[in-house]
Write a protein of this length. Structure first.
Length: 363
């Protein structure tokens, strides 16, 4: 069964049983290594992407059942799993790892494509120097489409690597690419490390352009007791107060909580001028149980707050999944990082429907 997008897949399959999602965002301008057909779909792309990334940004969508893995292959041009879309969209350079069937008998070759010609050329250079064969990807699976996930980063240009089946088998002992074999790091052959190191060297040679439009300012000094002008901010969500005026506040704690509330209640893509702003809640709404949803949402909220609200300290995140309604309430407790010993008692609950629609905002 082929799924047209992630929403259909997540509604039919079970997170933690059929598939898993692993995601680590970068900081500042960063390079992302991603395997969107990981696990049993195109082994060992998850392991290669993780090795090449080191401690940097990394994403992997992994099929957990070898027998049904092929059913979870979303095409690169429609791959819209929320965590990946946000991570790729915020990256300055992107390398997406794939496996492909041999185009010629027993070939050990990497087909390279994508709109980032600079990084692609460096990868060819380093792989060839390490003794690995490369070739231009044929049109049938090339990653040149602007909608390909590898090209959906900030510069709209990434690299797609397609490793032939025989090449991938050569990276593991006995050519065993089963899930059980991949789980044992000792099965990795010297070629695995030589290949990954070549990619690392190529990636280290490219500049990562800064993008001040999406990097929030960092607070470096505590604020002095207020001798400065007091700022007023419109409350979030928008409301009319008892006097008939637009509800606003001069309390900086309330302003911070409002901003975090707006961040959590926004789905990435809703703000046209800041496409990566928000928290990708949709994936968590299809989790196998509330505990898994809670864990996913905690990671997503922490990542978003660290990026867009660095002056906030998050002390608690609790997700309450309502299966009957098909919604999740995200309770976030925050305080200001620039106020030593500030009380962390500001909690706001954001109700989010499947798809990211905010339905309630009780305090």
């Amino acid at each position: 069964m082929a799924y047209p997008n992630f929403r259909y897949l997540a509604g039919d399959k079970i997170l933690g049983i059929d598939y898993d999602i692993k995601n680590r965002y970068g900081t500042g301008p960063y390079l992302l290594h991603a395997a969107i057909h990981g696990g049993g779909i195109e082994p060992p792309t998850s392991q290669l992407a993780a090795y090449a990334a080191g401690t940097g940004a990394w994403y992997s969508f992994e099929a957990l059942n070898d027998l049904t893995a092929e059913n979870l292959r979303l095409p690169s041009t429609v791959f819209d799993e929320p965590f990946c879309v946000v991570n790729a969209g915020n990256s300055a350079r992107t390398v997406v790892w794939h496996g492909v069937e041999n185009q010629r008998e027993n070939e050990q070759v990497t087909y390279i494509s994508g709109a980032d010609s600079v990084l692609a050329s460096l990868i060819v250079q380093e792989l060839n120097a390490a003794g690995f064969e490369t070739d231009r990807a044929p049109v049938s699976f090339a990653g040149d489409d602007p909608q390909n996930i590898c090209n959906r980063n900030k510069p709209r240009a990434g690299v797609q690597l397609d490793l032939s089946y025989t090449l991938r088998k050569s990276l593991y002992a006995g050519g065993d690419l089963s899930t059980a074999a991949l789980a044992q790091p000792d099965n990795r052959q010297p070629a695995f490390f030589a290949y990954g190191d070549a990619i690392r060297r190529a990636c280290a040679l490219v500049p990562l352009e800064s993008d001040t439009d999406t990097v929030p300012p960092t607070i470096t000094q505590p604020r002095a007791p207020s001798t400065q002008a007091v700022s007023t901010a419109v409350r979030t969500p928008f409301a009319i107060d008892h006097s008939g005026s637009v509800s606003a506040t001069t309390d900086e704690r309330e302003q911070l909580v409002d901003r975090v509330h707006a961040l959590v209640g926004t789905a990435p893509g809703e703000r046209v001028m800041r496409a990566t702003y928000g928290v990708p809640t949709s994936a968590s709404l299809f989790a196998i149980n509330p505990e898994v949803a809670n864990d996913q949402l905690q990671r997503a909220v922490l990542d978003a707050v660290a990026q867009f609200e660095p002056s906030a300290v998050v002390s608690a995140i609790v997700a309450d999944v309502n299966e009957a309604l098909g919604a999740v309430n995200i309770n976030v407790q925050v305080s200001r990082a620039d106020v030593p010993g500030a009380e962390r008692d500001n909690t706001r609950s954001v109700g989010v429907l499947v798809g990211g629609t905010v339905i309630s905002t009780p305090e």
